[in-house]
Design a protein around this ligand. Structure first.
Ligand code: ATP
Ligand code: MG
Length: 573
């Protein structure tokens, strides 16, 4: 076990015992003179109106690595101007405003300005093609879309006629309007005052619409409310362990919930500096950003970590990373080897944490002050009750014994719980059994209360009477010295129900020979036993992933079985 320094969540057990949402709520302001809570007041205005007025809130790093700073005051003025733009265009509370943008300042200003106006903000990945863009704009009844001229011409022009709710498209990089529908954002912004009083906002007012990653099927639109900001504050404080002069970098795109909850809100609510990089993954660039920006806290994904691990670079020898004190990961299982790699490479273990689009914020985490058990997701946040249960279509039975796999469930009522799946209320209701939200993931809890990811309920393989989680098998395959990545599916088999089939990406320089295949199989048999070890292994160059970096096992399976490939809107091309 590896122990890290002690910080905000100094004593987990005490904190869990004494924690109350009401007490934490006192650390937020609420709207001045009025009841209610607005995300942008907490994230921006209370700092802009106080001691952090000139503190850098957002540091935007352009493609050429030049940085542009926005203080809390700047964000207040710019987001007020955008809120005034919305008013001028007839947008009301609850209307939806979308962005189809890369990680550029306009995205952040739109997000904050929309929340200020009490409209609902929905970010889309800029790499989506016309069809997924249309699906989401139409499902979300978009009233306003903010995008670039290039994106407009490629993806929007041809579909505006099919979007009856769309009032305007605001283009970030033209200075004159194209027509009555397509307007210049800079032109509008320049005309607007930088003062906008936030209207009354209740805890339950809708704030954010986020589409899920589409790993298991068609993406669902999860709706979140302004009250969720309390979760962003609390998780920022205890998991990201924010300290006043922190420089935080979340590598996720806001098109994925991590890029909004933690790429925008949590750092701002906690008054730290939030670094945003416009570019995609590039190892040398990333290490240079960590060094140049003196990043203290870095939140990234297992996919990115695996890519860095493969490179064999020794960053601490080449870069000055002495300010980096916390590395965190979310989105997929983080293997024990990756945690240890962090320890060897950066001198700190990588802290895995678990949550979903639906939960709106981190639910289970490795805390800087707790022992890290490499490979575990950690322990539930204070204020969060997580349990393992057997779930049937109409009932639930809690599993108290440790180390038994079951459904991971969460007790309802945390501030950032989603409030519905857009236009799919019935599906939303089906996620609950009484007081419990059923996450769709399987996990187990050990004697010490640490949670271990087993797999997604949809991915579980039933073979020869065993229930096999693909993650266990993938973990074993990846512990073979020649394997870089692996994904496992169940393939229907008349004799044993389903047969375990593995897709393996080899490390650079490894030869995809028949001997190596046998060697990997033997290794898996030895660690897993013959019933669970894969019976077939295919060598592949890469695994299909979502844009948020998750392995699309359902696509591997569909291709293997010659079935329709399903929704591919989130597939990383
Ligand atoms: P969809 O619901 O559309 O199939 P998705 O579940 O991948 O897509 P997200 O909400 O982005 O969409 O991802 C949440 C899921 O990611 C979790 O339910 C879990 O399966 C996985 N996940 C997140 N963090 C971790 C983690 N630390 N360890 C293991 N799995 C994780
Ligand atoms: Mg999901």
């Amino acid at each position: 076990m590896i122990k890290t320094a002690i910080h905000n969540a100094e004593n987990y057990a005490d904190l869990r015992f004494s924690f109350s949402w009401e007490d934490e709520r006192k650390n937020l302001d609420g709207l001045p003179g009025r009841a209610g809570l607005n995300m942008v007041h907490e994230a921006v205005d209370r700092h802009a109106d106080g001691a952090l007025c000139d503190h850098v809130a957002l540091r935007w790093i352009r493609g050429d690595r030049a940085a542009r700073d926005f203080t809390y005051h700047d964000l207040k003025v710019l987001s007020s101007q955008f809120a005034n733009v919305l008013t001028a265009l007839g947008i009301s509370k609850g209307d939806t405003v979308f962005t189809l943008l890369g990680r550029v300042p306009e995205l952040y200003i739109t997000a904050l300005g929309t929340l200020r106006k009490t409209a609902v903000y929905c970010p889309l990945f800029s790499v989506f093609g016309p069809e997924p863009v249309f699906q989401r704009l139409s499902k979300g009844k978009a009233k306003i879309l903010v995008t670039t001229l290039e994106q407009y011409e490629k993806k929007i022009k041809g579909i505006v006629g099919m979007l009856p709710d769309l009032k305007h498209v605001l283009i970030t990089d033209i200075n004159l309007d194209l027509d009555d529908l397509v307007l210049s954002l800079p032109f509008l912004m320049n005309k607007m005052s930088g003062v906008f009083q936030i209207p009354p906002t209740s805890l339950e007012d809708p704030a954010l619409l986020h589409f899920t990653s589409g790993t298991t099927g068609m993406p669902k639109g999860a709706l979140h409310v302004h009250g969720a900001v309390l979760m962003h504050y609390v998780t920022g404080k205890y998991v990201l362990d924010f300290q006043p002069d922190d420089i935080f970098w979340c590598t996720a795109d806001p098109g994925w919930v991590t890029g909004t909850s933690y790429g925008i809100l949590a750092p701002l609510v906690n008054g730290v500096t939030n670094v945003v990089d416009e570019e995609e993954f590039d190892a040398a660039r990333w290490y240079s950003i960590l060094e140049e920006q003196k990043v203290t806290t870095w939140y990234t994904s297992p996919t990115a970590i695996r890519r860095l691990m493969r490179l064999n670079v020794k960053p601490r020898e080449q870069y000055n990373l002495e300010r980096l004190r916390l590395i965190l990961s979310v989105g997929e299982p983080l293997h024990a080897e990756a945690v240890r790699w962090g320890e060897q490479t950066f001198g700190i273990p990588i802290l895995d944490n678990w949550w979903q689009t639906e939960t709106g914020g981190i639910m289970i985490a490795n805390f800087p002050s707790l022992e890290v058990k490499p490979g575990s997701m950690g322990k539930p946040l204070p204020g969060i009750e997580a349990a393992i249960a057997e779930v049937t279509p109409d009932g639930i039975r809690m599993i108290a014994e440790p180390n038994v796999s079951g459904n991971l469930v969460l007790k309802k009522g945390w501030p950032s719980m989603f409030r519905t799946y857009l236009n799919e209320e019935e599906r939303y209701q089906k996620c609950f059994r009484g007081e419990w939200y059923v996450t769709g993931d399987l996990a187990r809890r050990d004697e010490e209360g640490y949670f271990w990811f087993v797999g997604r309920a949809d991915d579980i393989i039933k073979t020869s009477g065993h229930m096999v989680g693909p993650f266990e098998v993938e973990k074993s395959l990846m512990s073979h010295h020649s394997v870089a990545e692996a994904a496992v599916i169940g393939k229907p088999d008349p004799l044993i129900g389903e047969m375990v089939k593995a897709f393996v990406v080899l490390k650079p320089g490894e030869d995809a020979s028949a001997e190596l295949r046998l060697d990997i199989m033997a290794h898996a048999r030895k660690t897993l036993g013959p019933a669970v070890a894969p019976k077939e292994i295919a060598f592949v160059d890469s695994l299909p992933k979502t844009k948020s970096g998750k392995t699309l096992r359902r696509l591997l399976k569909a291709r293997e079985l010659g079935l329709p490939e399903g929704d591919l809107s989130t597939l990383e091309k």
